[in-house]
Every structure is written in C-alpha cells, then in structure tokens.
Design a binder for this molecule. Structure first.
Ligand code: CA
Length: 200
C-alpha cells in the first residue's frame, strides 16, 4: 500500500512539473563579463550562456570580475515552487578560480521581494579542482513567485602558467509541487482507497 501511495504522489508531482512555468526579467550584470549573454528556456529549465564571462591570460589585463544573473519565476496554480536544481560548469587553468553564490527570494505579484532569502547555495571552484557542480536549493516554504540571484566571482591572477577562469554551463531547473489544497484532496482520495482496500 505504501508503494501505491508513493506512485500516486509521484504521478502528481510529474503532472505538476508539466504545468506552465513562466520565466521573466532575466538580467545579466555587468560588462564586460555579461557581454553577449543570452538564455533559453525549456519546460521547467532555464539555461544561461555567458560567452564573455572569462578572466585571465586570454583577456589580459582583465584578471577578476563579478557576473550576476537574475530572473523571476511564476508557477501557475495549482503548482508551487519547492526547490531549484543548480548545474554549473566552469573552465579553469593555472590560478583560475570561481566562487558561486545563489540566493532565492519570494516575490509578490508586483515583483517586490518578501523578506529574506528562502534558499541559498554556494560553491567554490578551486584551482586545479573539479569544474562541474550540481546542487539543490530547497526553499523554506513553497511559493508561487520567486527571484533567483546568482553571483559569480571570477579570478585568475597572473602566474608563469596559463591562467584562466571562465563560466561554461549555467542551468537551473525548477521543481514544483501541487498546492496544499490538491495534496489534501489527494490525502482524502488515498484514505478512501485504503478504506475500500480494508473492506475487501
Ligand atoms: Ca599567466
């Protein structure tokens, strides 16, 4: 019976994920790191392309810089956003390193932030270390609208080696859940199901 309950809940989550999610107000700051930046969306996923987010020997004397990416999300009821997945890829050589911080805020229908962050994540790509990272930001509460702010701090001081820090892949997917009312209805359905099963 537990299996049945899990599969029902899972099915609902997936159908919730198929619900329309609207990405808006995508911004990239600041030049030159943000030059030529673009994005595309696919379902619940948004990917950012930042071809100029590079510091170090190839763009000497630019040795450090900060890139910020911001966007808003609206999840049409009956779906609420519960968490986001973060997929990052960087290119590093020599002294190159990238520090990443993401903060997520609930916003109202006017786009104003409500209170402090409802979720954060951070990661540092160190010289010579792994160049890919995946994380999950679980929100303190489920929300219908949120704003994600990503900060990337790039650094590649000059050494005798080839030094470079660049951002490759930046992808984010939004995971949604049914609204509490739908969950309550599901609970009633499951209870009825269990009752019927007990009678049999
Ligand atoms: Ca060098």
């Amino acid at each position: 019976m537990h299996y049945k309950l899990v599969s029902i809940a899972l099915g609902l989550t997936i159908s919730g994920s198929a619900a329309a999610i609207t990405f808006s107000n995508v911004t990239f700051q600041a030049p030159p790191l943000s030059d030529g930046a673009t994005f595309n969306t696919s379902g619940n996923s948004i990917s950012f392309f930042v071809p100029s987010a590079i510091v170090g020997d190839p763009v000497d004397p630019l040795r450090a810089g900060v890139l910020t990416i911001e966007y808003d999300v609206f999840t049409a009821a009956p779906a609420y956003a519960a968490q986001v997945g973060v997929n990052l890829g960087v290119a590093l050589a020599g002294s190159g390193m990238v520090s990443f911080l993401e903060q997520v805020y609930e916003i109202n229908s006017l786009g104003n932030e409500i209170g402090g962050p409802i979720g954060t994540a951070s990661h540092t790509f160190n010289p010579g270390g792994a160049t890919n990272w995946n994380g999950t930001i679980t929100f303190d509460r489920q929300v219908e609208r949120f704003r994600a702010k990503k900060f990337f701090e790039l650094s590649a001081v000059d050494t005798v080696d080839f030094d470079l820090a660049a951002i490759g892949l930046v992808n984010q997917n939004v995971q949604v859940v049914p609204e509490p009312a739908t969950l309550a209805a599901l609970g009633i359905g499951v209870t009825a199901l269990l009752r019927r099963k007990r009678k049999n």
